[in-house]
Structures are given as C-alpha cells and as structure tokens.
Design a protein around this ligand. Sequence first.
Ligand code: F6P
Length: 547
Amino acid sequence: MTDDSIQRDAWARLDALASRPGVRSIRALFAADPERASRFSARLDDLTVDFSKTSIDGATRVALLDLALKAGLDMFRARLFSGAMVNTTEQRAAMHMALRSHLADHLQARDEPASAIAAAERARMADFVTRIHEGTLVGATGEPFHTVVNVGIGGSDLGPLMATEALTAAHGGIMHARFLSNVDATGAAAIMRTCDPAGTLILVASKTFTTDETMTNAHTLRQWIADSLGEDAVQHHFVALSTNTAAVAAFGIPSARMFGFRDWVGGRFSLWSPVGLSIALAAGWDAFEAMLEGGRAMDHHFRHADFADNLPVLLALIGIWHASVLGYGQHCVLAYDDRLRRFPAFLQQLEMESNGKSTRLDGSPVTRPTCPVLFGEPGTNAQHSFMQLIHQGTAIVPVDFILAARPDHDDAHAHRILAANAFAQAAALLQGKSRDAVTAEMRQAGLPEADIARLAPHRAFEGDRPSTTILVERLDPFTLGRLIALYEHKVAVQGFLWGINSFDQWGVELGKILAKGILPSLTQSAAGQHDPSTTALIVRFRELGGA
Ligand code: F6P
C-alpha cells in the first residue's frame, strides 16, 4: 500500500464511523459509559482538556489517532522542531518555538542557530525594557515614558494586544498600552488627541516594514512627534520591531532602536519575538518571560507526549472529526475570562490565516473541508448575544470553553457565577431539553394545554451539541503561554493532516494588489479599469463626496 492509500484508508474508516446510526448522540455515549468524563479527557499538570462532551467514542478515538500515525505526524513534528523547510511555498522553516527556547535547547532554523539568535535579541529587549521602566531611557524632553503605542496589524497587532490585555487586566499595567492597527485615521487621531507625545514611546511592529496600514499610521505618528517635539525627537520616541533593516533605517529609526527577528517567524506566531515588546513594556519583563516559559512547556509536551495524551494533537483531532468528517463548518471559542477578550480575534488569524486553504502541498485541491470559520466572545457576554444559535440554530457549532478555576481578584462570588455559567452552557448543549420535559414543566406551572402545545416546540432543545472544555488553575502568564502554544500546535497538526501549508498566506495578496489599483480611481476623474460592480461603487462613492 502507498502512503496515500494508507491515509485514504484511515479517512475512510472515520467516514464509516461517522455514518453509524446515532453517532452524533453524545448523551447515548454517556449513558453507555458513565466513566466517559475521565476517559475522554487529558491533562498537562493543571491544564485539563475535557472532550467527553463530543461524539468521539473509543473507536473514533482509535481511528483518529490512527490517522495521525499513518499520516506520519511523528515525522512532521520532528521536521518542524528540526527547523526543516516546512513552509515550502516560501521556502522557510517555522521556528517560532526558538523564540521561547533556552539557549541549551539548540533549536536550529534550517542553517541558523535559532535559539541563540532569539536569546541574543531577548537580552537586548530585556535591557531596553528595564531601562524604560527605571526611567533611565527617557523621551526627547527628558520625560519618562509612561505610554507605549504599538503600531502594527494582523500578527503584529493581534497577539501583542491579546496578551497585553490578558496580562494587565487584573492588576493594571506598568505602562499604559495603546494599539493602532486599522488605517482608518480615527484611530491615529484618538492616539494623538489623548496621548502626551513627550511621554509616548511608539513601536512600529511590522515583519516586512512595508504593510500599507502600518506604514501609513507610523508616518502619521512620526509627523505628530516631529511637529510636537522636533524632528530630532523621532529617534528617541520610535522603536522598530521588524526583519527589514533597510526599511527601518530609511524611516529614521537607528539600529540600536530596532529589535529584529528572522523569516522563520511567521507574523501570526510572532508575539514571542520582539513583536511582543509591548507586552513586556506593559506587563513587565517577568510576565513576558513567564509567558515564554509557558510556551516552551507546551512545546516540550507536544514534542514528547504520546499522541493519545498530547493536548495539541487531541485538540487537532477533535477539530478534524468535527470539520472534516462530520462537516461542521464553524467553531466557537468562549473564554469565560474577560482577560481573554481578544483571544478569539487572535485565534481567528492563527487558525484561519494558517489553515484557510484549499490547495494541498503538491498543488492538488483538498477533498475535504479544512479550517472552520472561527468566532467567539467572552462568556457570559456570548450567552446574551449569539448562543441562541448554538443551542437551537440549524448549524451545529462545536465550542471550546476556556475557564480558570482561580480568579486573580478576590470576588469569589462573582467568579463562582462565571464558572457556573460556563459549566451550565456546556451541560445545556449536551443535555438539551426534550419536548416531554418542556411539556411537563409547563403543565406543572399551570399553563393552559393550548399554550403548552403552541410553545413546546420552541422551548425544546435538541441537545447533543459538542463542546470541549479547557480548564486551568489560573490564568497567569505561564498558562497564557501554554494556551497560545497549545492552539499554535493544534493548527500545525491540523494543517499537516489536511496536507496543506499552515505557514503561508497567499490568499491575502490579491486584495492588497487590487487596493493599490483602486486608490488612484478614488481621486481621478476616470473611475479606472475594474469590474463593473466595483466601478459603479467607486462612481457612487465619489458622487457621495468620498475622497
Ligand atoms: O496581510 C496579512 C499579513 O501578511 C499577516 O500575515 C501579517 O501578520 C500582517 O499582514 C502584518 O504584516 P507585517 O508584520 O509585515 O506588517
């Protein structure tokens, strides 16, 4: 048998399991196996992943693990950590793990000593952060920096923003952190209106240092600093986080104020790199380092644990069962933790930019659905907006619930309400409520029979809706690092099993090119050469006084 046919067999076995009658009934699985909660969960220390509320049974688990085995996931994992060129379309390694490694880990990225390169830059960052916090590195007027503005978009924004919020929400930050991503100038105006230029440090975070939105915003703030404090102040108030030394110099940022990384760090994996400087400035160096340590702990687990106990592998396989075998096209992430408010937005880029692909590595089209659409909100807010659809809508949307057992505040009562809601939502999705139960309840409440008959169909819940719960002891920086790396590796495993490249993003290019062509049409009298709908919209935009 060829490798391909072995894999085809593994997928066919999953399809056969999925076509068994009643396979989607999770309640039936619990009825048949009261020990299911412990048998279908796995742990890394306190970090518990409970997937008993999915339709994965013993046979399915074996078949999913078999798929991973037959596909050669162990070889892929070894190649990933060896710094091999896993990103074949860009001819790069994907070695973001080196950013959180120790020197002694000796990770390589193709021919480069990745651990050593990362450690050297980390030492420069640590020194810089210390001097800013001590107030020995100050602004052009001698005022200490109290505000940091991160100018960046995509991976140069979402990760730093998410982690900074997560690590500063409970206690407040050491510095005030602002994030400017969108090229909608309202954002830049708000920064200039509300920040004091003399105490503001501006980080231009851009791997390429060519991204239009970021460079437009960076130039706007550069002008603001130059106008407020003089041209000479630019070198004191700007820092570059990038791989593009020449473009940084051309912008006027001295090399001592540039923190670099290499092309083996993808944008959406870059919060561990100098791109995470805002996290360190706002939350403190110790918190940043603890987050890196958490990432490293998850790397170690992913690298060495058996697939059956390997949390990223399990999360990936659960997702594959849902998206590629059962055909569920959406995935919802509900963190019952306000500090993780931006975690779904971060995951949207991580998962959808990585695995939103339909072409396999060999150029052939995929034959199964790949990455589902990911969305989420903090619980309990989500319960009061879109959870209705997840309970009673036509689409089945698997949910990840994320919860810390211990809060970082002292309102135990509020935290118990939060936790009770997280558990209750998962339980409600599982149990549902039969029409009989609804009817009996309404009878007991004394409702007239006609009302009962009319309302019962609306008040019944199907149940058997899948969810996975990720429970941690507390959301400290170490655990945040573990969580992020957990999802990063999940994404890599899924991409591998789908046969796609998780580390490129060609799909974002076309829109960028078209925007460049459309821009002149917004100001010139001729609307330009575009499709008829776009041309009509440009004409109407100008009729309405646009540009
Ligand atoms: O357009 C998508 C993208 O390339 C992302 O992959 C990346 O995170 C973002 O743009 C920002 O890129 P850069 O850090 O180079 O400015």
